[in-house]
Design a protein around this ligand. Structure first.
Ligand code: SF4
Length: 312
């Protein structure tokens, strides 16, 4: 019965996401809750100040407004509010995905596996993230091993553990080895993330594509399309490449798809556009106040590939 209910929640969430992408939804299809500055896109967000009780209130309000919906939590593993937020959303029957870093994750692996997470993404330190996360390779390995151990001890199917590996021109040659190491250390899948475009990925490195997770755009496409994508310039600090005609020419769907509560208590869908609004406690009124923000997003002429800004 519980499994059936979970399937229904996931099905409803998927339908809502599709409606939102087509612009026909009155509610956002998912929540993003940012608890600190971990790998945040856009301008420096500053220190988090929102009381945890407000995070709870926001989740409850969203569920009462639109029903259980997917929740994405972003925060550092050593932030005690991370596990609390995950557990709170799960108890309201929301499927929860967490993006976090490796430092401190090994110590919380059991707690997080017991928190009802569906998916846990570990941002592996790359050239940019080293400054932001400070994680060492050993910390990543310890974290992945601890998660695998905790899942095995509980015979738990979830969370699916995904290592997010940044790729850039400077690191393209070592990335295939990193991907294999992450798999061996305990990741269920590996994904390439920004800062990435522009590496000179040669056909001889197609092995890289065999070990990367291939079920999400752009990695679900043909090897040729993936290689073409990898050669494009991109940035995690600013809006990405110009939107092109064809499939990429459609408006960015993020405005109707996702509402984000920042660690500073602002509501928005995209960090690069104006007319955000403070969280005032009435989610339907706040959503209405974001109409101008959604208008900027609809007319945005860029496209983004930061993990928190992609439509998938
Ligand atoms: S493409 Fe979407 S996420 Fe990126 S800057 Fe434009 S509106 Fe924001």
């Amino acid at each position: 019965m519980k499994a059936l209910e979970s399937s229904l929640i996931r099905l409803r969430a998927e339908l809502r996401a599709r409606r939102a992408r087509l612009g026909g939804s009155a509610h956002p299809a998912r929540l993003l809750i940012r608890l600190d500055d971990l790998n945040a896109p856009g301008p420096d967000p500053g220190p988090g100040i929102l009381p945890q009780a407000e995070v709870h209130r926001f989740i409850v309000a969203a569920v009462m407004w639109g029903g259980a919906l997917p929740v994405r939590v972003v925060g550092r593993a050593d932030n005690p509010r991370v596990a609390d937020t995950v557990r709170f959303a799960w108890r309201l029957e929301c499927p929860v995905r967490l993006r976090t870093n490796a430092r401190g994750l090994a110590d919380r692996a059991e707690l997080l596996v017991d928190s009802g997470l569906r998916e846990l993404r570990v941002a592996v330190a790359g050239p940019r993230q080293e400054a932001a996360c400070g994680d060492t390779e050993a910390e990543v390995h310890q974290a992945l091993a601890a998660l695998r151990r905790a899942k095995e001890e509980r015979r738990a199917q979830y969370p699916t553990v995904i290592a997010e590996v940044p790729i850039s021109p400077e690191t393209a040659d070592v990335v295939p080895a990193v991907l294999r190491t992450m798999r061996d250390a305990g990741a269920d899948a590996v994904e390439l993330t920004p800062p990435f475009r522009g590496p000179a990925v040669e056909e001889s490195q197609w092995v890289l594509l065999d070990v990367a997770a291939v079920d999400r755009p752009p990695f679900h496409r043909t090897p040729e399309a993936v290689l073409a994508s990898l050669r494009e310039p991109a940035s995690g600090d600013a809006p990405g490449n110009p939107r092109r005609r064809g499939r990429d020419g459609a408006s960015c769907p993020l405005g109707t798809l996702q509402i984000e509560l920042t660690a500073q208590g602002a509501l928005r869908s995209c960090p690069f556009h104006a007319d955000m609004t403070p969280w005032n406690g009435d989610i339907s009124a706040d959503w209405a106040r974001l109409a101008a923000h959604r208008g900027h997003i609809r007319s945005c002429e860029r496209r983004c590939l930061h993990p928190d800004l992609t439509p998938w």
